[in-house]
Ligand binder design. Structure first.
Ligand code: PMP
Length: 460
């Protein structure tokens, strides 16, 4: 018997309306009743009223990379939970040790895994490492953390202080001191009229901020290798390599936020691995356990780890004195091991790279057909469609049009994502099906998108 069976569906819907405060949703929208999903299998989802959807958003926010209903993952978690459900990560445990080992095999050059429970928290850990290194090595002076316009790093106050999306953050100040923004790298909306060598020029904009602030005050730079929520922005040639070199030159740690890109979403294990760079700290969350458990990781080089260990015997506070109650315990890494095994056994990274190309080519065809599509871009199955009023001026299309496309897709049984009040113009649609998507499903997604664009542009 299910623990919900004493209630009717209508009662449960009423509880939701009266009692749940939904994320990112104004009250008025929630009052109209939001879809309540009750079942998933692969990429298919069913709501409480029996409507079926094809999910091209991986759970709305790039999470369910291995798809819904994976018994192998649930079995691994349940076995672990019955054996032992919890002991704090100050002690050792089997799944945390095994997953760290497996993960580091995919990340040459990286050596230590610090576990926590969400993307925001993984970034907070990275910031605290930078701040403590500043105290230990630089008399507290090299403490600033530079972040990029349009990137998102999370919801907690330091992560939000490092977020370059005005509409997401501006009502929550004052912010944590020591976070400084640098200009975006978004070729479609380049700051320069001449976009030759745009990657190098954009990296130069970052160095200008470092020089303005004083390199001796800057401890780290944080970047999303491919910006996700800020508009699916892939870096142009040379950008990340130049960022890496500038950081090295000024002894600044490079933190890569792989909360979305990590674990295969872009067609490699990690987004940064497309660009021949070596970060100092990498954070990850969503795809680590594909939504079966709340787990995140802050992965560092041995050099970063050592800086936070050395002198620990003389200086009692010299080690990284940090904890996250649920970090690394125990269902999380157990799920992550099983999730990684599925990615490997089913060649999901290769599938993602190959079908990502098919999907992008299909989106390019839609762009040729509908003038409202200004740009399509992305890597692997992290794809975006930017809507404009005019191809030439690139004036962003109104948010209401993106919402209409989103609704038309939903009515036809397709779930896509969209930038949700992140900045002034929310004119970008996100396409990110699970990595186990099939070619037939990509064709179906493209065909529904085609119909949605046809009907919305005809009624404009
Ligand atoms: N970084 C990035 C790039 C993200 O997209 C997100 C979440 N969308 C986060 C960090 C924060 O993760 P969480 O919501 O798990 O705290």
């Amino acid at each position: 018997m299910s623990q919900y069976s004493e209630y009717t569906n209508d009662q449960i819907k009423a509880f939701d309306k009266s009692s749940v405060w939904h994320h990112l949703t104004p009250g008025a929208a929630a009052e109209n009743g939001l879809p309540m999903f009750v079942k998933g299998k692969g990429l298919d989802l069913w709501d409480i009223d029996g409507n079926q959807y094809l999910d091209a958003s991986a759970g709305g926010v790039w999470v369910t990379n291995t798809g819904y209903g994976r018994k192998e993952i649930v079995d691994a978690m349940s076995e672990q939970l019955l054996e032992l459900n919890f002991f704090a990560s100050a002690m050792a445990n089997k799944p945390a040790a095994v997953f760290a080992n497996r993960l580091l095999e995919k990340m040459p050059g990286m050596q230590r895994v610090f576990y926590s429970s969400s993307g925001s928290e993984a970034n907070e850990k990275a910031f605290k490492m930078v701040r403590q290194i500043s105290h230990k090595k630089y008399g507290g002076k090299k403490n600033k953390i530079l972040y990029r316009e349009r990137d998102y790093h999370g919801t907690t106050l330091a992560a939000l202080s490092a977020t370059g999306q005005s509409q997401r953050r501006d009502q929550f100040g004052p912010f944590v001191p020591g976070f400084v923004e640098f200009p975006h790298c978004f070729e479609y909306r380049s700051q320069f009229e001449d976009t030759t060598d745009y990657g190098l020029k954009a990296a130069q904009l970052m160095e200008e901020v470092i020089l303005r602030e004083g390199p001796e005050t800057v401890g780290a730079v944080i970047i999303e290798p491919i910006t996700a929520g800020g508009g699916i922005i892939t870096p142009p040639d040379g950008y990340l390599k130049a960022v890496e070199q500038i950081c090295k030159k000024h002894h600044i740690l490079l933190i890569l936020d792989e909360v979305v890109c990590g674990l295969g979403r872009t067609g490699k294990w990690f987004g940064y691995q497309h660009y021949d760079i070596q970060p100092d700290i990498v954070t990850m969350a969503k795809g680590v356990a594909s939504g079966y458990a709340a787990i995140s990781c802050t992965v560092t080089t041995e050099a970063v780890y050592k800086m936070l260990q050395e002198d620990a015997s003389d200086d009692k506070l010299g080690y990284f004195r940090d904890i996250s109650t649920y970090g690394g315990c125990l269902a999380g890494p157990a799920a992550a091991i099983a999730n990684m095994k599925i990615i490997e056994d089913e060649n999901l990274i290769e599938n993602c790279a190959a079908l990502g190309d098919v999907f992008l080519a299909g989106l390019q065809k839609l762009k040729a057909k509908y003038p409202i599509i200004g740009d399509v871009r992305g890597k692997g199955l992290l794809l975006g469609v930017e809507l404009v009023r005019d191809h030439h001026t690139k004036e962003p299309e109104d948010e209401s049009v993106a919402i209409k496309i989103f609704i038309a897709c939903k009515q036809a049984g397709l779930l896509i994502g969209r930038t949700n009040r992140s900045f002034e113009h929310n004119n970008i649609l996100n396409m990110s099906p699970a990595l186990c998507v099939s070619e037939a499903q990509i064709e179906k997604i493209l065909s529904i998108l085609d119909q949605a664009f046809a009907s919305v542009t005809a009624s404009k």
